[in-house]
Design a protein around this ligand. Sequence first.
Ligand SMILES: O=C(O)C(=O)C[C@]1(C(=O)O)C=C[C@@H](O)C=C1
Length: 370
Amino acid sequence: MLLAMADLPPTADLNTLRTLIDRVDRELLALLNRRASLAQAVGELKKKEGSVVFRPEREAQVIDGLKAVNTGPLMTESVAPIWREIMSACRALETPTRVAYLGPAGTFSELAALGYFGNSIVRIPCVSIDEVFRTTSAGAADFGVVPVENSTEGVVARSLDLFLTEPLFIIGETSLFVRHNLLRKHNTLQGIEAVCAHPQALAQCHGWLSNHLPNVERRPVASNAEGARLAAEDSRLAAIASDRAASEYGLHVLSPGIQDDPHNRTRFAIVTHPTRHPQPKSSGHDCTSLVVSVTNRPGAVHDMLVPLKQHDVSMTRFESRPARSGQWEYYFYIDLQGHPDDAKVAAALKELRAVCAFFKLLGTYPIDVH
Ligand SMILES: O=C(O)C(=O)C[C@]1(C(=O)O)C=C[C@@H](O)C=C1
């Protein structure tokens, strides 16, 4: 029988309260095991049907549904991380989820991968964003997690360029608050010869570095965690990386939160191969991403956006990247609100496709739930 608040003695002491917490934990464990058995049964059904295990739209609906009925005192923001872990553990009983991301251990990409899929995954750290795409395209990973934009630095150009050429599509998104710390083996700023970090992190901490270490070399490396690894080997080096990288590589946090923008966030896309995963069904709160180009003539960009206005479809992102044709031509990366199963979105996409010289649907997926 579930423990009710009425069972709580009016003047409970610490031992009594802890005994009650132990009882609740045992009840929770029994319930979680019931849930896990149900997920296993779903897994068996899916195996018979030959369908995929990971259903981002269903996971988003589970979390949204629980947030809507949460009465507290548990904070509503706590619901998503708790249930992501529960579903991660249940999913692992159905099949292993192999996830590629920019490694090594301790990168923000790893944090994003764990935040989105939970801890019950097979981790595949890669040396570059290109390798994340390649590993996922080749089927050595089921999913890849790649950074797409940062609130301070703008787009991650390499990811956008690879979306164009690689045969992958987006099935999810997640964003992460990015807090950069200055890390070093010695607990002092004296004697630092170079600060090693990913170029994006060096750029996000430009102001702090100019004020505090104006004459120190800024050395770009493949990832922040790689910088932390180098700093752990050579005490003349410092790194810019996460708290997790500090503990992973045994470094001191000389200065926490050195990013110029205190609200610095990075958005990541979750990619997969279309032969291994279908496009997620509508969750009710979805985003559709595409890349298009139009011929270089006056009014072409305006004309391209007309179908969206006519069908009342909101555009939440519009980015341009040079097409590298030498002709001042551009690719436009567009995010729309809605799912191609919505009649309005389907009509807008059909008309948009007709006016574009190039059109590629990058994916449709549930909007990130926190
Ligand atoms: O509902 C399903 O399809 C399940 O497999 C169960 C479950 C869950 O744990 O709730 C697990 C994996 C899916 O990604 C979605 C949900």
